[in-house]
Ligand binder design. Sequence first.
Ligand code: COA
Length: 388
Amino acid sequence: MTRASVVGAGMTTFGVHDSTLAELFAAAALDAYDDAGVSPDEVDAFYFGNAMGGLTENDTHLAPKLASEVGIAGVPAQRFEDACATSSNAFKNAVQAVEAGIHDTVLVGGVERCTPETGLGTGEMTRIFASASHRQYEQPTGLTFPGVFALLTKRHMHEYGTTEEQLAHVAVKNHANGTRNPRAHFGKEITVEDVLESPLVADPFRLMDCCPFSDGASAVIVTGDDRADSYDAPVDVAGVGHATDVVPLSAKPVPHATRAARDAAAQAYEQAEASADGMAFAEVHDCFTGAEVMASEAIGFFEDGEGGPAAEEGRTALDGDRPINPSGGLKAKGHPIGATGTGQIVELTEQLRGDAGKRQIDGAERAVAHNLGGDAGTTVVTVMEVRR
Ligand code: COA
């Protein structure tokens, strides 16, 4: 079977954009075409992610609209929606289609607008995001996403003694990494005191424990590894795992374990014939600081309960033994829902090419991305590696 390779990557800055969904996505897609050196007429399919355009901007049926915008009208185009894991799911399906020989050269990406540029403020956007929680059992209680991850993190703190200071170190580290990423939403260093003194959002999370609302788009070009040698800098997809967990939160037997992430990571490592030990770094879904701690354990970087101390000891920093989120992660790079998953793939691609500038993890040959959706209901884990 053919393996899949990423041969082009592009993204906008994540942050605040006064642009339409189409303009934003086109910027990322054209960047990916340029990076790969492909012309639109070489693309034979479009796998696309957008989670909320219908709810936020009355804009649905986006796949064919955006295909027209980026010069590939006529190819099969499909939209994926999987909450925050939206474009990772599009990526997984594109990889499988290429591996199966269904398509040769696929444009994959996502776009979202979440800032007040949509005309919607924090309250309304928070309500819309909460549509990804359980309609009957979670939404009526007023549970929103800071609350979902606060509950999971509180349980982790209860089980392992994880502290607010340890969580704060995650935010400090990701903001520091964000200053090295020119496309990050936030380019400002913060201190542990800044985090601990910021306003409470959902106990234990304070403002600085939370990712922001961001606008942005990301895109990659996926092709078969048999064709990839004709491109400048292909990076191979070694494995993609995808799993779901029981919802609602109250039905999860061990909620803080984030079961879907463990299952997806096991699949991805098995396909890659690798383990966490072979990964030079990880991009994980740190929508809140506690989410990064739980993810770092679920993907096997640390034993259960060790994620918090590891963050505090600097082990997850750029120069640590287990770097996590060199891009700045969702916390500092930003989180435009539908663009986040392929945004992680862009980071893996650039790092594995040695093109990540001031945030480069030296000598990185294999890395893993973890992208979670909803109330930990879905996770996609991807392993990529330099071409041998
Ligand atoms: N991290 C750091 N700074 C942030 C921030 C964040 N997450 N969110 C906002 N800010 C900053 C703003 O830049 C602004 O700074 P300024 O005063 O220097 O201009 C200030 O804090 C206030 O911004 P504002 O937009 O008014 O904040 P808010 O109170 O309306 O919203 C949160 C802050 C944390 C509640 C909001 O960002 C949030 O809900 N984030 C989580 C989003 C989410 O749930 N995503 C899905 C995850 S699964």
